[in-house]
Design a protein around this ligand. Structure first.
Ligand SMILES: Nc1ncnc2c1ncn2[C@@H]1O[C@H](COP(=O)(O)OP(=O)(O)OP(=O)(O)O)[C@@H](O)[C@H]1O
Ligand SMILES: [Mg+2]
Length: 586
């Protein structure tokens, strides 16, 4: 007798269900997608006990004939695909013919459906994959699918489900996402008798967006069409405290997906303002010809593969960068200036780090004071940098009052009160200055009288060696010194001597994982952030009023003054209105 035998259909379905159906939300996703493929204009979702007891999805789509209804619950039966050529350009959300039989194999399942114009409908009941009944019934046009006791026959799976509220929250999130993707379709979701989502059919994405999120001044619109790719949607603006964090919804050809190319493009677009990924809120709709994206790569269809990922990346990145540059938020004016360096390359920059001093900040202040920016044609800040001037005139000067716990500067202007994180502010300023000096080739290096020898870990050593070129641009001169030691004979002039070692070790950590060579500009940006962090004043440093004033003035001239290069907020603002309201003056 043969040792191999064919699995019974019910068992094969359960195994398939293991991949496709993980929890109530996955059932809801499959059923809504079917309804959308059937051209529904209204979809009503109901769950009880987080979907563990009941999930029901009703639509007013095209319905199924009695024959189709019977086929629909069989494995690999689909109306959406005929030939392998079809698979190369899928226009529907479903294409495998797996969802219904999978769901029916792990629940008590009822399907009731009627095609438009036919006199009666069909009802099919299946328990754990076994057909219980099939026959004619009276039914409204469209399709209703009820899934009761999900995983009742797979106790191990059932045990992995979360609390009802958590499962219900996932369903709610999913319905919201799909509602966002299909504005023309009306959605309702009721859980335990409560209406959770209610979005009547909308005329546009903007209208649907408003239905779900209301007025969102913290988001901006993105719209771009290039190289056959269309990008539309809403993304976090660069607000005072950095872009709002939030969900990242991405639809590719109206399919909700997760994709690393896309996430990376989003992160890159925002890295103009912040280095660390802060997971800004985005709702993006990307359209491209269906034959340029493979949707058949993931068991729950949550991922896609682009024929030309690089192009999608670039179009999306530019779409977001363009949108961020058009918001009229003051710092964005400058972000443009930063992108296309406006500072003169050579000569006397307003602040130079050329002379090695125990306190680069004090040094900088002295120079700034001795060369007031408004006087003298020799000051490159005047005239040469229109972007900066715009910003300086847009943001009013703030008067420092003092420090709080030697860590925060308290300042006022006409608009209210500001609390500034002194380290983060200085870091931001230095980051910009370093970036500019790098572009202009004027970042000073300082030769050490006594070279420092550093014993590094093997990983640190390899990383620093790999990024030697970028480090050299910053003014580091490093040589191998046997084993995993290195000798440092020159360092960037802006670093205090005692900060050099920790800066290099931090650089090794921060650069780890960045591909050396290929990612020069990436490593340079990262190094700029690391150096800025290590050269900046620290928390608990006592500052004179002059130093505070210098920091505030420079901050004002800085491109993305509201966030540090690592994405931390710089300024906390208490507006005049808030203050007055608290004192009941309005
Ligand atoms: N709500 C519905 N309205 C009309 N027809 C439906 C509906 N749900 C399913 N069908 C029909 O049943 C078939 C099987 O559905 P099923 O979800 O199992 O597979 P699919 O959608 O073709 O592919 P996938 O497994 O990728 O979802 C569909 O191809 C479609 O013809
Ligand atoms: Mg389907």
């Amino acid at each position: 007798m043969s040792k191999i035998y064919r699995l019974p259909a019910a068992l094969a379905n359960q195994i398939a269900a293991g991949e496709v159906i993980e929890r109530p939300a996955s059932v809801v996703k499959e059923l809504i997608e079917n309804a959308l493929d059937a051209g529904a204009t209204r979809i009503n979702v109901v769950t009880e006990f987080g979907g563990k007891k009941l999930i029901s999805v009703e639509d007013d789509g095209e319905g199924m004939t009695p024959e189709d209804a019977r086929l629909a619950v069989e494995r690999h039966a689909t109306s959406k695909l005929r030939t392998s050529e079809d698979l190369a350009a899928i226009l529907t959300l479903g294409f495998r013919g797996e969802a219904l039989p999978s769901i029916a194999s792990v629940s008590r399942f009822r399907l009731r459906t009627r095609t438009r114009g036919s006199i009666s409908g069909t009802q099919i009941r299946i328990d754990a994959g076994e057909l219980m009944s099939a026959g004619e019934v009276g039914a409204p046009e469209g399709t209703l699918i009820e899934v009761q006791e999900l995983f009742f026959n797979l106790p191990a799976r059932r045990k992995f489900l979360k609390a009802d509220t958590a499962e219900s929250a996932q369903v709610s999130r999913l319905v919201t996402q799909l509602a966002l993707g299909y504005p023309e379709v009306g959605f309702t979701f009721r859980s335990g008798g409560r209406a959770i989502v209610e979005t009547p059919p909308a005329a546009s994405l903007a209208e649907r967006f408003f239905q779900i999120y209301g007025d969102r001044a913290d988001l901006i619109e993105v719209r771009k069409h290039a190289a056959g790719i269309t990008v539309h949607g809403y993304v976090a603006a660069l607000a005072e405290t950095g872009p709002v964090r939030g969900p990242q919804h991405v639809f590719v050809n109206r399919r909700l997906v997760r994709d690393r190319t896309i996430s990376h493009a989003i992160q890159q677009a925002y890295s103009v303002a912040t280095i660390k990924e802060r997971s800004p809120e985005v709702h993006l709709f990307i359209e491209l010809p269906p034959d340029r994206v493979d949707v058949n790569v993931h068991p729950t269809k949550a991922e896609v593969r682009f024929l030309d990922g690089g192009l999608v990346h670039e179009v999306l990145r530019r779409a977001i960068v363009d949108a961020l540059g058009q918001t009229g938020v003051p710092e964005l004016v400058l972000s443009q200036a930063t992108l296309t360096p406006a500072l003169p390359v050579a000569g006397a920059l307003p602040l130079t780090f050329a002379s090695r001093s125990a306190d680069p900040l004090a040094d900088a202040i002295e120079r700034a004071i001795s060369q007031p920016p408004s006087v003298g044609s020799g000051d490159p800040r005047v005239g040469a940098t229109s972007g900066r001037e715009t910003i300086a005139t847009l943001i009013k000067p703030m008067t420092p009052l003092g420090q709080f716990r030697n860590t925060f500067i308290i300042a006022v202007d006409d608009e209210g009160l500001a609390i500034i994180d002194q380290h983060v502010a200085h870091e931001r300023i230095l980051f910009e200055q370093i970036s500019e000096r790098l572009l202009g080739g004027t970042l000073e290096s300082q030769r050490l009288l006594t070279p420092i020898v550093l014993d590094l870990g093997a990983g640190e050593h390899a990383t620093l060696k790999g990024h030697a070129l970028a480090l050299e641009q910053f003014g580091f001169q490093l040589e191998d010194f046997g084993g995993t030691s290195i000798r440092v004979s020159a360092v960037p002039a802006l670093l205090k001597l005692e900060a050099c070692e920790s800066a290099l070790r931090a650089a090794a950590g921060d650069l780890e994982g960045l591909a050396p060579g290929s990612g020069i500009s990436e490593s340079v940006r990262q190094l700029a952030a690391t150096m800025a962090c290590h050269a900046a004043v620290k928390a608990n440093d006592s500052l004179t009023i002059d130093k505070m004033k210098y920091l505030l003035d420079e901050l004002r001239r800085t491109a993305h003054s509201s966030v540090c290069p690592h994405g931390r907020p710089v300024v906390l603002r208490l507006t005049r209105r808030e203050i007055e309201r608290n004192f009941e003056r309005i």
